[in-house]
Ligand binder design. Structure first.
Ligand code: ARG
Length: 266
């Protein structure tokens, strides 16, 4: 995670962001701290990145890259406003002992925001941020099957805003964020799909952190919490409204450095 010292809405690169709807720095700090504490209480060991002035979205560490074993595929951000993050991400990963791989020129790729394992299959969101050829390139390097999913709603511009693997066979999703083919593909490969309703998708219900059988999310998603509890999950929620102003929530504020329960790396 990366503390929100320099977080704010300084540019507009997704429809949630509006410079006229600034976040409150003190409240953002408090919400970030509560999430951090909540994850620690679940026994997550959290490593921190040093925040940097002028890079307000560095808090969204999910976009630093895609981790695979001790290797990281570094992001190549579509928007210049975020491109300054990558050198910092690279040195953080290298200091932590990861090997880093850069994307080929012009292959836009936004890391764990758009590439999520469910079982041994990589589900990959493309068009709005990541390029389909970038996702295919990454999957080829990992020798894994990739299911490209076109994202069709600008409000759900990263895959992790509308899809969240829970285990090898279960995932949360918001159907209208995908086209007909994408919805079919998800149904074909994932036996148990839990749809979220629009009002909860807008609360970033799909942007949850999964720690074993515990799912951590923004407040205001009662229906999803009930559905997850029925499937045997424990749910925890904490307010993250200040980060929704930038188009992010719990999951975006974190990057798993080890494997997720849902992922079986090839
Ligand atoms: N403002 C950031 C952007 O538009 C938010 C990123 C949220 N991250 C995510 N993994 N969905 O890039």
């Amino acid at each position: 995670m990366c503390p929100p010292d320099f977080y704010g809405i300084e540019y507009e690169i997704n429809p949630w962001m509006s410079r006229s709807k600034q976040s409150d720095p003190a409240l953002a700090r408090q919400q970030w701290e509560s999430l951090h504490q909540l994850l620690q209480k679940q026994n997550a060991k959290i490593e921190l990145m040093t925040p940097v002035k002028g890079l307000p979205d560095l808090v969204f560490t999910a976009n630093a890259g895609l981790i695979w074993k001790d290797l990281v595929f570094l992001s190549l951000f579509r928007h210049e406003a975020r491109q300054g993050e990558t050198p910092l991400d690279r040195s953080w990963f290298e200091n932590a002992g990861f090997e880093t791989i850069e994307m080929p020129e012009d292959f836009f790729f936004e890391g764990a925001g758009d590439a999520l394992f469910c079982g041994d299959t990589l589900f990959a969101g493309y068009l709005i941020r990541s390029d389909v050829r970038a996702l295919q390139w990454v999957a080829e390097k990992m020798h894994c099957r990739v299911i490209p999913l076109q994202l069709v709603d600008d409000f759900y511009y990263h895959l992790d805003t509308c899809f969240c693997p829970l285990s090898e066979t279960e995932a949360i999703y918001y159907p209208p964020a995908f086209d007909e083919y994408g919805q079919q593909a998800l149904k074909e490969y994932i036996p148990h799909l839990i749809p979220v309703v629009k009002a909860e998708a807008q609360r970033f219900a799909c942007n949850a952190v999964v720690l074993g059988e515990t799912v951590v999310m923004n407040t205001g998603c009662p229906q999803l919490e009930a559905d997850l509890q029925q499937r045997g999950y424990q749910t925890l929620s904490t307010p993250l409204d200040e980060f929704i102003k930038a188009g992010g929530s719990a999951k975006c504020l974190t990057l798993r450095l080890d494997g997720e329960r849902a992922a079986v790396w090839p």
